[in-house]
Write a protein that binds this ligand. Structure first.
Ligand SMILES: NC(=O)c1ccc[n+]([C@@H]2O[C@H](COP(=O)([O-])OP(=O)(O)OC[C@H]3O[C@@H](n4cnc5c(N)ncnc54)[C@H](OP(=O)(O)O)[C@@H]3O)[C@@H](O)[C@H]2O)c1
Length: 283
């Protein structure tokens, strides 16, 4: 496992485990336990996933010291105001059954993000959060945010996989010293990603799987990855990425797979914004 040091000195694992779309508490708990036993030390959840309690239970049951685990959660759109975020942070701490969150993200660039950020800065100063960041902030939004706020975001978590490589986003993050983190590193398993011929050929050359090649590609671009699976064998497979390296030529071949756009979500569609605003997080 490799780590990256964020601007504020906090060390973040380069690979973690995501739990989006795992609403069943027992399935979520088992998957997180599997991940922790495999060696993952970063768990990525969100208030909106409805599984913070299950994540907390898995961490407790694992017997692994809390200080060894890097726990990420995200505040939802309905908490995007100063008062809303203050309440949201306390709710996350309670559901996660912890005194502190390692990385707290604004989940979506919607609502009163600047008010919420002030509450997040206060939580950071109070030691309730070790790092604060954003998610789904595309280049122009990230630049504006960084130029406006007092405390710079440490991380921007965006959709990022071989079919949507986000070079402009990465350039912008580099400029503002924001660590990139990839959600949907496997494009959520869609669009035939696991049977793509270019990726299959590279995987064969290394005696690795397509999934391992995809994760390795992002790691070699300096991007933190948080693959999700509820299957033990895949959870293990996705962690075995530290014993090989892609060549420059292979990295170049993968760069040809970029379609330049997301087929998963469209942040420019007002209907998507309305949908997310309509979703409320309850206690
Ligand atoms: N910030 C955001 O807005 C945002 C949005 C989406 C996701 N995320 C975060 O990013 C994490 C990862 O993204 P994601 O869950 O959307 O999708 P993903 O990790 O790209 O893909 C998960 C899919 O790939 C399958 N899979 C996993 N490993 C595999 C393997 N080795 N071989 C074949 N299939 C495999 C999984 O199936 P099985 O589970 O059946 O194995 C699942 O269907 C999330 O869990 C969440 O923590 C954040």
């Amino acid at each position: 496992m490799e780590y990256v040091t964020l601007n504020n000195g906090v060390k973040m694992p380069m690979e973690g485990f995501g739990v989006f779309q795992v609403p069943d508490p027992e399935i979520c708990k088992k998957a997180v336990l599997d991940a922790l036993h495999t060696g993952y030390r970063l768990i990525d959840t969100a208030a909106a996933y409805g599984n913070e309690e299950a994540v907390a239970q898995a961490i407790k049951e694992s017997g692994i010291d809390r200080s060894e685990i890097f726990l990420t959660t995200k505040l939802w759109v309905s908490d995007m105001s100063y008062e809303g975020a203050k309440k949201g942070i306390e709710r996350c701490l309670r559901k996660l059954d912890t005194d502190y969150i390692d990385l707290l993200l604004i989940h979506q660039p919607m609502g009163d993000i600047f008010g919420a950020w002030r509450a997040m800065e206060e939580a950071y100063k109070a030691g309730k959060v070790r790092a604060i960041g954003v998610s789904n902030f595309y280049p122009e939004r990230l630049a504006d945010f960084c130029l406006t706020v007092n405390t710079q975001p440490e991380v921007d978590q965006v959709e990022l996989h071989p079919f949507f490589q986000q070079n402009k986003a990465l350039e912008t993050m580099k400029k503002y010293h924001v660590q990139p983190e990839a959600w949907g590193p496997f494009a959520e398993g869609k669009f035939g990603i696991f049977t793509n011929p270019v990726l299959e050929e590279i995987a064969k050359a290394h005696g690795k799987t397509v999934g391992q090649v995809i994760l390795r590609w992002n790691i070699q671009r300096g991007v933190v990855v948080i693959p999700k699976s509820v299957h033990t064998a895949r959870i293990e497979e996705n962690f075995e990425i530290w014993d090989f390296e892609l060549t420059d030529e292979e990295m170049q071949k993968i760069s040809t797979l970029d379609t330049g756009r997301s087929e998963i979500v469209d942040h420019s569609d007002p209907a998507f914004t309305e949908l997310l605003h309509a979703m409320k997080i309850s206690d």
